[in-house]
Design a binder for this molecule. Structure first.
Ligand code: 13P
Ligand code: SF4
Length: 379
């Protein structure tokens, strides 16, 4: 069965436009890196404040390396979107500081409305979220009442509230495969590349919203091919938000956590990595002695808009993290009625993930960042 695609809207993030949807404005808000002495002082202040405030730091692999390290050393977590959601929900701390982008903070708030959720910069958004406005999405769903609505985590609370299921890149394939086996037709939003990848793998009947991640959309298949010729023994690790001609060359396709696990376990010394380069910090720690090469975003076939780094993820820094901890500013709020509705779609995914893990680990022991290779493999 073929994927049905619908042209929705083209967003030009590199063109001047109002607010944080413009990448130039987003980059202008990215904090400068502190000097060594200030950096050490800020890290110490953050450690102290996390303790004093009874707060825990939940970070994504694309944020500043210092924030990732602080999250781990202070008992928080650094992970992919699925594990960030689960960890934040299950951790007893009453204050979660989410270092990532807005949808991650909103997901934490939806799952734990009683907790205080802080973010270093509330303007940290995501092109997938921006490219899927809730009112247009609702109208799209209304036109297709016969379809099960599956949305990616990278969406607003209002879009999740309209969905039957929310999925992340680590589990989307398994969930759609299950829905397909039940005979369901899918309406998928917003990432067209991830949607096409899942459609091709599962054969499900999927109607795709035409959104994309501005970072992953820039990886170039032709230049990747050339780079592979330079490193014939390198394995290629690809996040499924990348275009199909990049995914087609992958030795492993998966979420950020799954790609780190692949780097650790695959028998190779060199890896070409097609995802945000913030992940290289963790990959180098997880697989010492291995060499990681960034997949090309530029070259003869390129119109380079990206340097393999998300401007909104880059807004998270040591200074603004210390400031929000000190002041309690930058709280995430979600309309409680919208949150309650959105929670159903997220809970479905978390329950599915818990059942899958229970099956995979007969002891019932749930490890943080447990290898989840389901759905990972050659494209
Ligand atoms: P993961 O869930 O794989 O970490 O992806 C989140 C994301 O925003 C990728 O661009
Ligand atoms: Fe969104 Fe892409 Fe940034 Fe991830 S990397 S947060 S998908 S814009």
């Amino acid at each position: 069965m073929n994927a049905v695609t619908v042209p929705i809207k083209t967003y030009e993030y590199d063109r001047p436009q109002a607010g944080m949807a413009c990448t130039a404005e987003a980059w202008a808000k990215v904090p400068s890196a502190p000097e060594m002495a200030e950096r050490a002082e800020l890290k110490e202040r953050i450690r102290r404040l996390l303790k004093e405030k009874g707060a825990v730091l939940v970070a994504h692999y694309y944020v500043d390396a210092d924030l990732q390290d602080l999250a781990e050393e202070t008992g928080g977590c650094v992970s992919d979107s699925l594990e960030m959601a689960r960890f934040g929900r299950d951790h007893p701390a009453q204050t979660l500081v989410v270092a990532g982008v807005r949808f991650m903070g909103e997901t934490a708030k939806i799952l734990s409305p009683e907790k205080t959720i802080l973010m270093p910069d509330l303007d940290a958004t995501c092109s997938l979220d921006l490219g899927c406005p809730a009112d247009e999405f609702a109208a799209f769903c209304d036109q297709h009442p016969d379809r099960t609505v599956v949305v990616y985590a990278n969406t607003s609370a209002a879009v999740k509230a309209r969905a039957d299921w929310m999925v992340t890149s680590s589990i989307g394939l398994d969930i759609v495969a299950e829905l397909h086996a039940q005979g369901k037709k899918i309406l998928w939003a917003p990432d067209r590349h991830l949607g096409s990848y899942i459609q091709a793998k599962t054969g499900a009947d999927m109607l795709l919203w035409q959104g994309s991640c501005l970072v992953h959309d820039e990886f170039k298949g032709i230049e990747l091919d050339l780079l592979k010729a330079e490193y014939p023994n390198a394995k290629v690790l690809v996040h499924p938000e990348s275009p199909a001609n990049v995914v087609a060359q992958a030795d492993a396709v998966g979420s950020t956590t799954q790609l780190i696990n692949a780097a650790q376990t695959m028998d190779a010394t060199h890896f070409i990595v097609a995802t945000d380069n913030g992940i290289l910090h963790k990959m180098r720690i997880a697989a010492p002695g291995k060499t990681f090469i960034e997949a090309p975003t530029a070259g003869n076939s390129a119109t380079c808009k990206s340097c393999a780094h998300c401007p909104w993820m880059a807004m998270n820094g040591l200074r603004n993290l210390a400031e929000v901890l000190e002041s309690g500013a930058n709280q995430i709020h979600v309309d409680p009625a919208v949150g309650l509705q959105a929670k159903r779609a997220i809970d479905r995914m978390l329950d599915f993930a818990a059942a899958r893990r229970a099956k995979a680990l007969p002891t019932g022991k749930l490890e943080n960042n447990a290898p989840m290779f389901s759905g990972v493999g050659p494209a």
